[in-house]
Design a protein around this ligand. Structure first.
Ligand code: PAF
Length: 299
């Protein structure tokens, strides 16, 4: 695997390829990231990953400074997964001056859910991904492919729409969430969990699955859908909080635009219409001790 820390050297190397397949990361890699690399490999004529902990997407009180930086292990894992090129810029390399030009995603998609609890998060993500795309794909003749994990479902949707709106020659792919055997979504932030918290952490996924199941159950009345849904969501939040979590949100949305589903869509999910399968998802974010976890469940 070739490792580049500087933009000009990376560009010179990538100029030989037509269609890179790219996996942007913030490092501290786990099996979920490696699955992204596996998915990327057949898509392009070279496989590129990046490691960059992007200050722009952290709020001042968040974990930018303590975010785990495990460069040596990350390199070994990427190499073993068949990644051919790693771009690992320093902060001055990617942001030589304060980044004043930013990509601001639309409020109706980016100011809710994660964006409500982490204001500015998606501006930071879109700005760094736009910049990384310019660097990685800027010299490719046939555009390229980028793969993102769907654990961060809203991020994936925001980035897919960014690529469409700016007509970037990049196809954005989503990869299913990798899970531990008990169902916990793999995440770099799982490393923050104590043993007791790790045992408890799967409850976020269970809460999402129970919420999805409750909607599919018989007591559901499509006519009163929105009110019923809010009550189910509140109950799910109360149950998780009673276990010691601090929940930011547990909610059911449409997969296509993350808006609340219409009563007819909820009714369709209850009656198990095939056309409704996979149209809705339950999403959640909650804090366990000092660790904030997110997950989602499509149904
Ligand atoms: O999902 C992540 O790891 C980050 O948000 C990303 C896409 C690499 C941008 O910094």
């Amino acid at each position: 695997m070739r490792i580049f820390h500087r933009i000009p050297e990376l560009r010179a190397h990538l100029a030989r390829f037509d269609r890179p397949a790219f996996v942007p990361t913030m490092g501290n890699l786990h099996a979920g990231h490696l699955a992204l690399v596996q998915q990327a490999r057949p898509l392009g004529d070279t496989t590129v990953a990046s490691i960059f902990v992007n200050r722009l997407q952290f709020l001042p009180h968040e974990d930018f400074d303590s975010y785990p930086r495990t460069f040596e292990t990350d390199c070994a894992q990427l190499e073993a997964a068949g990644c051919e090129v790693l771009f690992a810029p320093s902060e001055p390399e990617l942001y030589p001056q304060p980044q004043r030009y930013k990509v601001q995603p639309p409020a109706e998609l980016a100011d809710m859910l994660e964006g409500q609890f982490r204001p500015g998060f998606f501006t930071g993500v879109c700005t760094v991904v736009m910049k990384l795309f310019q660097i990685v794909f800027g010299q490719s003749k046939g555009g390229g492919h980028a793969v993102f994990g769907q654990k961060d479902y809203q991020q994936w949707l925001v980035l897919r729409q960014m690529v469409q709106q700016f007509a970037l020659p990049v196809t954005v792919h989503g990869a299913p969430t990798e899970r531990a055997p008990d169902g916990l979504a793999l995440s770099s932030r799982n490393a923050y969990l104590s043993a007791a918290e790790r045992a408890e952490a799967v409850q976020l996924n269970r809460a999402l699955r129970s919420l999805a199941q409750a909607l599919a159950d018989e007591k559901w009345d499509g006519a009163g859908g929105a009110g019923d849904l809010a009550a189910q969501e509140q109950q799910a939040v109360a149950q998780l909080n009673a276990r010691g979590w601090q929940t930011d949100y547990l909610t059911v949305r449409r997969c296509s635009d993350l808006q609340p589903p219409a009563a007819t869509e909820l009714a369709g999910c209850r009656t198990g219409q095939d056309s409704q399968a996979g149209q809705l998802l339950a999403l959640g974010a909650a804090r366990l001790g000092r660790t904030r976890l997110i997950d989602n469940w499509v149904f």
